[in-house]
Every structure is written in structure tokens, then in C-alpha cells.
Design a protein around this ligand. Structure first.
Ligand SMILES: C[S@@+](CC[C@H](N)C(=O)[O-])C[C@H]1O[C@@H](n2cnc3c(N)ncnc32)[C@H](O)[C@@H]1O
Length: 340
């Protein structure tokens, strides 16, 4: 991508250029950066980076381009879950008279979706800093006017005790189990007293795990073989990192699509799933429309919860929106760690 917006285009792998833009346009974020850490990471990068990058451009073997296309076409598809995460980020009890914006590091920020959704939800007391390990995603964020930082979650460039929130969400399973403890420890390091860390992912064996194993792994270009999480595992990371208060909870984190008719809502959600998960092999087999129909059918079949109150996909006319809304239910596990 080589678009330029607001006179700012920053190549995804040029960390120095990103920092310079931050220094000029977001000085409050820039002053939290630890320049010694930047230097040491830059040095290590010159020695080569062996990490895989599933979110590189599709043409380069990743699924980043189609992923971003899905987010742009339906920015609100996961807004419910993102809004819930932002509620959990709030300090408890809310400090009376606490003024100013809270800085939240979005460790797996991609093209800046969480930041965008916060703005759309009217959450205006947070500065979400989009960070990502994929140069393609960082570049895409900048090209859309969203400040972003090339940073690995396990090696943050922020100063110790410098931010109010750290979010590890929508892709935590991409962090190998051997690195997960370091990611949580580093989140603890950068948090100020009173700050909150959230670790969001999906329960091992849950419908999301089934979706990745039976749909994304066989039909995407990248494959998808990653270990998900258990509640005990998340608790152990939070305990070992030193969080004074922590818990693991389940939240509703559905996919939704709204449209003037039920048929269009189904098609939109199908397209969203095909693009988000890069299901190009199904698209080659069935064509664009056929793959969308297949994907939404598979999602309805896989995403249901029958323990406790049954939860299945719904199609409803929502008066407030004047539109039909298709909801595919999904539950996520969230570890909440607070540095008191
Ligand atoms: C599923 S995307 C989520 C993007 C965005 N938060 C969203 O919800 O649309 C996961 C992102 O995590 C990034 N990622 C994976 N491993 C990472 C790591 N170790 N450090 C930083 N980013 C990483 C990927 O490059 C990708 O952009």
C-alpha cells in the first residue's frame, strides 16, 4: 500500500519514521516511549527477524489485505465485544475527579480497528495506541491516518509505568505459549499504578477453536494452527506477573451485520468471514457469493452455546437502526489484571 493521507505516509518497517510522526503529532504518546529500548530493538532487527507474519499482504503469502478489507467493509461487526473490553479497562473504583485521557496500548492493533471502533462508540476518554508486529498492518494503519507503531507484544517500546491500559486482544493465540508469560510480564512493567491489562482470547475447545481448526486452517492461504487458552493458564500468567487483583471472565463477543434486508445481512456477514479469515481456497472453489453463503452457514452451525441459556444465531429487525441485524454469538475469555 502506498497511499498518502494528510501528508503522512510511513512505511511499516520504518520505526524511526513512525516515532518522528508520533513526536510531531502525538507528543503525549511519544514521551512514553523508551528510546533506549527502541535502539536495542532496532539493533536486534538488523540481525534478522525469524517470526512468521500471517498478516502480511495476501500477495506476499499472508492474509493481511483481505483481513483489512473485511474490517473496512464492516467496521462495527465486533463493536459489541470491543465496547465491553473498554468497559473492563476502566479503573475500579473509578477515581473521582480523575481527569484526562487514558493511554491504552493495543498490542495486536492491526490496522487500528479498536481505535476506530472506540471513536464510533463515542469513547472519547482513551487514546488507543495501535501497535503491531506486521509491517503490512502498521503501514495500512498509517495510510488510513491512524498512528501506529511497529512493536512486538513481547518486547514493548514503552517506558516502565507509563500507560494506563494494555490490551492483548483479537489474536492472542498467535503468541506461542512459550512467549505468553513474557508478554504479560512486559504488560505489567509498562502499566502505571491503577492501570489495567486485558488478555482476550478464546477457550480451548470452544466454537471459535472449532472454527479455526475446521474452517480457517484448511481453507486459508496461511493455515491456522495455534493453541487457544484456558482460564487456568491465563490466571497463572496474571499471578506470576504480579497483578494485585485479577480474574478471568467470559464475555459476549458476537459478529454482527446490519442491512436493509435479511438476505443482504447474511451476504454481508458471509463476505466478512471469508475476507477476515482469508478463506481463499473456498472462494476459488465456490466463487465469491457461494463462499459467502457457505461461510455464514458454517458459522451458524458452529457458533452456538447450549450450556446454560442456549445461544444461537438470530436475525432481527432493529427499530432503532431501521435495519435487519444478523448476530452470530461468540464467547471470549478475558483475563483482567489490575495493578493497584
Ligand atoms: C487478528 S489481527 C487483530 C487486529 C485488530 N486488533 C482487529 O481486531 O481487527 C491480529 C494482529 O496481531 C498481530 N500480531 C501477531 N503476533 C504479534 C506479536 N507477537 N506482537 C505484535 N503483534 C502481533 C498480527 O500482525 C495481526 O495484525
Amino acid at each position: 500500500m502506498s497511499a498518502e493521507k494528510n501528508g503522512v505516509f510511513v512505511p511499516g518497517n520504518d520505526l524511526r519514521a513512525q516515532l518522528e510522526q508520533l513526536r510531531r503529532h502525538s507528543p503525549d504518546v511519544f514521551r512514553r516511549i523508551d528510546l533506549a529500548r527502541v535502539e536495542s530493538w532496532e539493533w536486534d532487527r538488523t540481525q534478522g527477524d525469524s517470526h512468521r507474519d500471517d498478516f502480511d499482504a495476501d500477495a506476499a503469502g499472508g492474509r493481511g489485505s483481505s483481513y483489512v478489507r473485511a474490517q473496512l467493509a464492516n467496521v462495527d461487526a465486533r463493536a459489541h465485544g470491543i465496547g465491553r473490553l473498554m468497559e473492563l479497562m476502566r479503573p475500579t473504583p473509578v477515581k473521582r475527579g480523575a481527569a484526562g485521557r487514558r493511554t491504552i496500548v493495543d498490542l495486536l492493533g492491526g490496522n487500528g480497528l479498536v481505535r476506530q471502533v472506540c471513536a464510533r462508540l463515542g469513547i472519547d476518554d482513551v487514546e488507543v495506541v495501535t501497535c503491531d508486529a506486521s509491517p503490512h498492518m502498521v503501514e495500512t494503519a498509517w495510510a488510513a491516518g491512524i498512528p501506529a507503531l511497529l512493536q512486538r507484544a513481547e518486547r514493548q517500546l514503552f517506558q516502565s509505568e507509563s500507560v494506563e491500559g494494555v490490551l492483548l486482544a483479537y489474536g492472542s493465540h498467535h503468541i506461542p505459549p512459550a512467549d505468553r508469560g513474557s508478554v504479560v510480564n512486559d504488560a505489567y512493567r509498562v502499566l502505571r499504578q491503577g492501570g489495567t491489562f486485558l488478555l482476550h482470547d478464546f477457550q480451548t475447545g470452544s466454537p471459535m477453536d472449532t472454527w479455526f481448526t475446521t474452517i480457517v486452517h484448511p481453507y486459508s492461504q496461511t493455515g491456522h494452527e495455534f493453541d487457544h487458552f484456558t482460564g487456568d493458564e491465563i490466571e497463572e500468567y496474571l499471578l506470576k506477573a504480579g497483578f494485585d487483583a485479577y480474574e478471568v471472565i467470559e464475555i459476549d463477543d458476537p459478529y454482527t451485520a446490519t442491512a436493509p434486508s435479511p438476505e443482504v445481512a447474511e451476504r454481508n456477514l458471509g463476505e466478512y468471514l471469508v475476507n477476515m479469515y482469508g478463506l481463499c481456497k473456498k472462494e476459488a472453489e465456490l466463487g465469491v457469493e457461494g463462499a459467502s453463503r457457505w461461510a455464514v452457514g458454517e458459522a451458524k452451525r458452529i457458533f452456538h452455546y447450549d450450556d446454560g441459556e442456549p445461544l444461537h444465531s438470530t436475525m432481527e429487525y432493529v427499530d432503532d437502526l431501521g435495519a435487519w441485524e444478523l448476530t452470530i454469538p461468540r464467547k471470549a475469555l478475558v483475563g483482567v489484571g489490575r495493578k493497584l
